[in-house]
Ligand binder design. Structure first.
Ligand SMILES: Nc1ncnc2c1ncn2[C@@H]1O[C@H](COP(=O)(O)OP(=O)(O)OP(=O)(O)O)[C@@H](O)[C@H]1O
Ligand SMILES: O=C(O)C1=C[C@@H](O)[C@@H](O)[C@H](O)C1
Ligand SMILES: [Mg+2]
Length: 173
């Protein structure tokens, strides 16, 4: 089984994905890590030196390459992965893929991301928590169209990473 986690930045795809893969005993892959490995520079540097359009091209290429592998895995996508080109459509058409939307309330995302926004080029310019909260509200409104096409939706707000992993497993099996 290929489990693909999608959701907004800070929704917990990397943290929950790592734990879920360990519990299921299958490999864990993180799109952002794979992109950094392939390009040999950090994501903020890719945005700065090559631009977002270049990043999105690499992102879809890396997604298709990972999904072409035959063995099962848990994949944490980047926050924007399903929202560009035909990626979400492509994901839902894969018969061996279960997409899981990790859904987190805007206020929880704001708190989590305010201290981590420097590593996320789309957020780094937002000065206050209020600015960040406004940005997330609008951005999530646009991206919800894609995230809501996932096969499963699981909340990762007030619950711990372990609780969210348990909820995903209950929905999967
Ligand atoms: N259930 C949870 N409870 C508390 N903190 C959490 C939970 N899930 C994730 N976090 C924290 O939220 C922050 C963001 O999580 P994480 O990096 O896993 O998100 P992400 O969805 O992979 O983000 P991105 O799309 O930017 O890669 C981390 O500091 C992580 O420890
Ligand atoms: O939501 C987004 O568009 C992004 C999320 C991160 O995971 C990275 O993929 C990058 O910072 C872009
Ligand atoms: Mg991540």
């Amino acid at each position: 089984m290929k489990i693909v986690l999608i959701g907004y930045m800070g929704s917990g795809k990397s943290s929950v994905g790592k734990k879920l893969a360990a519990v299921l005993g299958i490999p864990f892959k993180d799109m952002d890590d794979e992109i950094e490995k392939q390009e040999g520079i950090s994501i903020p540097k890719i945005f700065l030196e090559k631009g977002e359009i270049y990043f999105r091209k690499v992102e879809i290429e890396v997604l298709k390459n990972i999904l072409s592998k035959s063995e099962g895995f848990v994949l944490a996508t980047g926050g924007g992965t399903p929202c560009y080109a035909d990626s979400m459509n492509f994901l839902v058409k894969q018969k061996d893929v279960v997409s899981v939307y990790l859904k987190t309330p805007i206020d929880v995302l704001t708190t989590r991301l305010f201290s981590e926004k420097e590593n996320r080029p789309l957020l780094a310019h937002l000065k206050t928590e209020d600015n960040l909260n406004d940005f997330i509200r609008k951005h999530l409104f646009e991206r919800g169209y894609f995230y809501n096409q996932a096969a499963l939706t699981v909340e990762n707000g007030g619950e711990s990473v372990n609780e969210t992993v348990e909820k995903i497993i209950l929905k999967l099996f």
